[in-house]
Write a protein that binds this ligand. Structure first.
Ligand SMILES: Nc1ncnc2c1ncn2[C@@H]1O[C@H](COP(=O)(O)OP(=O)(O)OP(=O)(O)O)[C@@H](O)[C@H]1O
Ligand SMILES: [Mg+2]
Length: 454
């Protein structure tokens, strides 16, 4: 247009003839149309490229020829931008997929709620805990506990994160801790709060066991202490000048002090074994001589009850892997019980053989175990007591056990030592006939020599 205006001016002032001005105007029109046409087609191609990038389709055309350099540059810049953006999107997608996989496979159940308390997501552990879920579904239909729902509503209203403990009764009773927290940013799937559930059954059980243990231990110590205090008062008061009473009371007090010492020793022994329970002892123990030694040491005590310990250990019994002192403690406790709870004048038989791998660890047939069986002919133990016998301080007849100086810790110590040896303890008993305690221990296997390891 400016070109045409100049030509018009020059024609009017008579500098150019009308014919020449007409020819020049036509040339200006033709060249402008050519340039504009190419520019338009280049921009059109650019538009097609952007569309193709957006649709993630490949661009088959080569670079446009004859278009203006700047347009071509813009086209390459857009291509670079799109390539970079695509790579970023791929990375973000991969990160999202990894995060989702982690949440999905997290060991703790995780549930995501929207603002209407609907479950919109739940990971595998959550589905394992509450059963199949058809999403979205109301949280109240899954966990009906009132305290849990109050906490969920409070957090959805915008209150601070909170935890609630509750009991789930089906399919098996479990103690759970639910933690509710709001999601800080608005999520595209309308997620507002996240609920994590932790199974605290074991924790609670352990807490209860610890509390019971302290209560039992204190009670066991308090009983002899009360006796001692009582006698001290008597000796200071009414029996101050009674020499005969002194003698008698001091004997009783000595017995009570011995009992307390034994209790403390047993408790320390138990805690020492528990501390090392995860470490498999590496020693080699020949059970024949060990059992022989223990039987001789207890012969006198057995004799006091007119009992006899009869050993039946084959001479070719394989050695076992273990700690000699701890295994001695196992058999001494079992023999001690057999003497205490066996009938006067009966026999205690101690047998040993190459053992069978118990079905509990998935096998049968002789597979690297040695079994030692201690059998008494006593009153036996009623079936309902058998599963609890190895609990600390559990006794069938507490008064009788105490009377005989027992702490009720013997079989707990046995169980922990056998566990440390990765062995098994089996108890079988028939009331009126007697009891059989079988200890299965692993046969000794020499550690691989360096040459073999290479
Ligand atoms: N051979 C057995 N026959 C009958 N009852 C037994 C036998 N062995 C154990 N018991 C019962 O199991 C309970 C627990 O045994 P455990 O050896 O742990 O304690 P204890 O013998 O009473 O005390 P401690 O071992 O400290 O002397 C005993 O009190 C007894 O009631
Ligand atoms: Mg005992």
């Amino acid at each position: 247009m400016p070109g045409w205006a100049i030509l018009g001016g020059l024609t009017l002032t008579g500098v150019l003839s009308a014919d020449l001005a007409g020819i020049l105007a036509a040339i200006i029109f033709a060249s402008t149309a050519t340039v504009l046409g190419r520019l338009t087609s280049a921009i059109g191609a650019l538009g097609d490229d952007v569309d193709a990038f957006a649709a993630e389709a490949s661009i088959s055309r080569g670079p446009l020829h004859g278009t203006r350099y700047a347009v071509e540059q813009i086209r390459f810049a857009i291509r670079r931008l799109v390539r970079h953006w695509r790579a970023e999107v791929e990375t973000a997608k991969a990160r999202l997929a990894a995060a989702e996989a982690i949440i999905e496979r997290a060991p703790d159940p995780l549930i995501v709620l929207d603002d209407r308390r609907q479950i919109i997501r739940a990971n595998i552990a959550a589905k394992g805990l509450v059963g199949t879920l058809v999403l979205p579904c109301d949280f109240a239909a899954v966990l009906r506990n009132p305290a849990v729902l109050i906490a969920a509503d409070a957090v959805l209203r915008g209150e601070a994160a909170r935890s609630v403990e509750f009991t789930l009764t089906v399919p098996v009773e479990r103690q759970l801790r639910a933690r509710f927290a709001r999601i800080d940013r608005p999520a595209p799937d309308a997620a507002v709060a996240v609920v994590t559930l932790h199974d605290v059954t074991e924790l609670k059980r352990a807490e209860q066991m610890r509390a019971d243990f302290i209560a039992n231990a204190s009670h066991e110590l308090r009983t002899p202490l009360a006796t001692l205090t009582g006698f001290i008062e008597t000796l200071r008061g009414p029996a101050r000048d009674d020499a005969e009473a002194h003698e008698r009371f001091l004997a009783i007090m000595g017995g009570q002090a011995t009992r307390m010492t034994r209790l403390v020793e047993d408790l320390l022994s138990l805690s020492r074994i528990e501390l090392n329970e995860h470490v498999l002892p590496q020693g080699r123990v020949a059970l024949g001589p060990l059992l022989q030694h223990l039987a001789e040491a207890l012969e006198l005590r057995a004799g006091e009850r007119e009992m006899r310990i009869v050993l039946g250990v084959p001479p070719d019994l394989p050695d076992v892997q273990g700690d000699r002192d701890e295994l001695a403690q196992v058999f001494q406790n079992l023999l001690d019980n057999a003497i205490k709870y066996g009938r006067v004048g009966t026999e205690i038989s101690v047998g040993a053989a190459t053992g069978q791998r118990p079905a509990a660890i998935g096998g049968s047939g002789p597979a690297g175990f040695v079994s030692v069986t201690i059998r008494d002919r006593g009153e036996g133990i009623a079936r309902e007591h058998l599963p609890r016998l190895t609990e600390r301080f559990y006794r069938v007849d507490t008064a009788r056990s105490r009377e005989m100086g027992g702490t009720g810790l013997g079989l707990a110590i046995v169980k922990h030592i056998v566990n440390r040896h990765r062995g098994f303890l089996e108890i079988d008993s028939t009331t009126g006939e007697g009891s059989t305690f079988t200890v299965l221990l692993r046969q000794y296997a020499a550690p691989p020599t360096q040459a073999a390891a290479r």
